[in-house]
Design a binder for this molecule. Structure first.
Ligand SMILES: [Mn+2]
Length: 368
């Protein structure tokens, strides 16, 4: 912790400040998890949400943003983080009409900034968002979790038209997908980097002017799937990304489960590095159990249930005076709960309280 951070830290602790702001993802009125229940999780500060009924690439109206903001604030929570404002495939592919979509993206940043939003999470993964091979794998204790088994993924054919998993845009037809795969084949990794750079150079000045921090989510899992390029995967690529536009407004959503599923990533070390640079604006905390050769199971948050040391992760954040937003990421399904895979209430709430327990310990240790 540098001198200034230390002073800021001590001051905040004196006035009862909490620094790290605990948040929780909520999918809006259709979410089976009620916002009133999220509010009851101890130390909960903010809701992480989005406008879900506007197609990718379109502008979110001020009315819809304001109405969402009121719903969140009426529940007693803050409306500071948006996850996600998705990036249109034409931007990622650098297609002819990308400029139109980039202008719309800028307008979304402006509108969200006007509504007081502080952080926007997004990703730059081609076609598919996060990918798993099964969403309800039963674990030893009878809970179910999302898993990624390489041998199952290798057998999947996304072009068969029969594959559908949450996290994937099901509106694509077989023909759309074929077209996208061919286009990404031509663009390749280098082209994807170029298109990301173009996008950032356009949007970051707008984010700066509107005081909204942009926070890219790493690729999940952090390696190419189905032959599609994936570029935000490890330390080298994170360094490269942050240098494309060297501004605090060009930052990270550091997802421990995504980066941690690559054995090449030392998660606490990376957090220490990027938190010290004040480039982490949003944390996703999730544990995963690494299996042989590019396979993993999502696990309970507690360190001993997975391969990540959650205490070391929280310590790296604390040491650097992390004052951004943090949310428990996917949870298992426990206690008979049904709902959106990874996004039930119970296990994520357990994760939230576990995280805030570690944080309290670190704060008290530091004040002795
Ligand atoms: Mn994540």
């Amino acid at each position: 912790m540098n001198h200034l951070t230390k002073i800021k830290y001590l001051f905040l602790v004196m006035i009862g400040g909490y620094l790290m702001k605990l948040s929780f993802r909520w999918y809006g009125e259709d979410d089976p998890v009620k916002i009133e229940y999220i509010r009851q999780i101890p130390t909960m500060d903010s809701i992480v949400t989005a406008i879900y009924d506007v197609p990718v690439g379109k502008v979110w109206s001020m009315e819809s943003i304001k109405s969402l903001k009121s719903k969140v604030e009426d529940s007693g929570l803050n409306f500071d983080v948006i996850e996600s404002v998705p990036v249109h495939e034409d931007i990622k592919l650098g297609r002819g009409d990308r400029d139109k979509y980039i202008e719309n993206y800028k307008q979304n940043i402006i509108n969200l900034g006007k509504a007081g939003v502080k952080v926007i999470c997004y990703n730059f993964m081609p076609v598919f968002d996060w990918t798993r091979s099964q969403l309800d794998k039963e674990l030893e204790d009878g809970s179910t979790a999302l898993v990624y088994y390489k041998e199952q993924v290798d057998k999947m054919d996304p072009l068969s038209g029969e594959l559908s998993l949450p996290g994937w845009d099901s509106s694509y037809t077989k023909e759309d997908l074929k077209d996208l795969f061919e286009a990404y084949d031509k663009v390749g990794e280098d082209g994807l980097w170029d298109n990301l750079e173009h996008f950032l150079k356009e949007i970051i000045p707008v984010a700066e002017a509107n005081d909204v921090k942009m926070a890219i989510h790493p690729d999940d899992p952090p390696w190419p799937i189905f032959g599609l390029p994936r570029i935000i995967t490890d330390e080298e690529s994170l360094d490269k990304f942050l240098k494309l536009v060297d501004s605090k407004y060009n930052g990270l959503t550091f997802c421990t489960g995504s980066l941690g599923s690559g054995t090449f990533n030392d998660v606490p070390k990376l957090i220490d590095k990027y938190a010290a640079q004040e480039r982490i604006h949003f944390m996703h905390i999730r544990n995963i159990k690494l299996l042989e050769g590019e396979s993993f199971e999502e696990s309970a948050h507690v360190s001993s249930y997975g391969s990540l040391d959650i205490v070391a992760i929280m310590r790296a954040l604390h040491k650097n005076g992390f004052d951004g937003y943090l949310r428990p990421d996917h949870g298992r399904m426990i206690w008979g709960e049904t709902g959106k895979p990874g996004y039930g209430l119970y296990d994520r709430a357990l994760g939230a309280v576990y995280i805030s327990g570690i944080w309290e310990t670190l704060q008290k240790e530091n004040n002795k």
